[in-house]
Write a protein that binds this ligand. Structure first.
Ligand code: DC
Length: 224
């Protein structure tokens, strides 16, 4: 059976990973969260006090970083490991979220991550979400989705998610973090967030998850 590459790009907290996971499950494809890779690198840099404005320091640090995804049979999800340690939950904390866009804007960091992402797609049958997947990582992907939703919807969604883990977090902090990341992600020099010319725009502000999945799977079916 023919397998394709599905890329899902878009703004922070648009529900990219939710739809990507659902699509991968429905299709029997592998789901890769490329943002988790930038987050895990950021976590390593923070832990080891790496100055990511200094090229030799970055190169030396990246050389010591090994990233992998492993399936958790219990949760049914794929989780990211940093040098053998499961960091899937640690990387979602605000300390990482506050710095990840800066780290992800560094060309050497992007090259490191993109090379690994491209290898993961060699056999196709993959759904990968991020910011530059349809433009830089897999420009030849068969199906490219670009997700958007209005800012208020995104703030509320992310707030609910973060508040469940940390009751001290405020909506204003969440909003400020989202706006800052959107700004850096779309204005950086290397691979800024852009909708690929051949991507399908999916605004999910007023879509239920079922409608969104249904629509996306119909788009896949057209490509098979
Ligand atoms: O999808 P996310 O929020 O977990 O991504 C975390 C950060 O990583 C986000 O601010 C932008 C960056 N990122 C990127 O630059 N390129 C990707 N392919 C994925 C994420």
């Amino acid at each position: 059976m023919k397998k394709i590459i599905v890329t899902i790009d878009g703004w922070s907290s648009c529900g990219k990973s939710t739809i990507a996971k659902q699509m991968a499950k429905a299709l029997g494809y592998v789901y890769i969260d490329s943002g988790a890779m930038y987050r895990a690198i950021t976590l390593y840099f923070l832990r080891h006090h790496i100055d990511w404005t200094t090229e030799p320091e970055i190169i030396e640090a990246l050389d010591k970083i090994h990233l992998s995804f492993r399936h958790n049979d219990h949760s049914g999800q794929s989780e990211i490991y940093l040098n053998g340690e499961n960091v899937e939950y640690l990387i979602r904390e605000l300390v990482v979220a506050e710095k990840v866009s800066e780290v992800a804007a560094v060309a050497t960091v992007r090259k490191f991550a993109v090379e690994q992402q491209q290898k993961m797609g060699i056999e196709k049958g993959i759904v990968m979400d991020g910011r530059d997947i349809g433009t830089t990582v897999f420009p030849e992907a068969e199906l490219k989705l670009f997700m958007t939703a209005d800012i208020e919807t995104r703030v509320v969604r992310r707030f609910i998610e973060m508040h469940a883990k940390n009751p001290n977090v405020t909506k204003e902090e969440v909003r400020a973090n989202l706006q800052m990341r959107d700004h850096i992600d779309s204005n950086r020099e290397v691979s800024p967030l852009r909708m690929a010319e051949d991507a399908v725009l999916l605004d999910n502000t007023n879509l239920t998850m079922e409608d969104q999945l249904d629509l996306s799977l119909k788009l896949v079916a057209k490509k098979l």
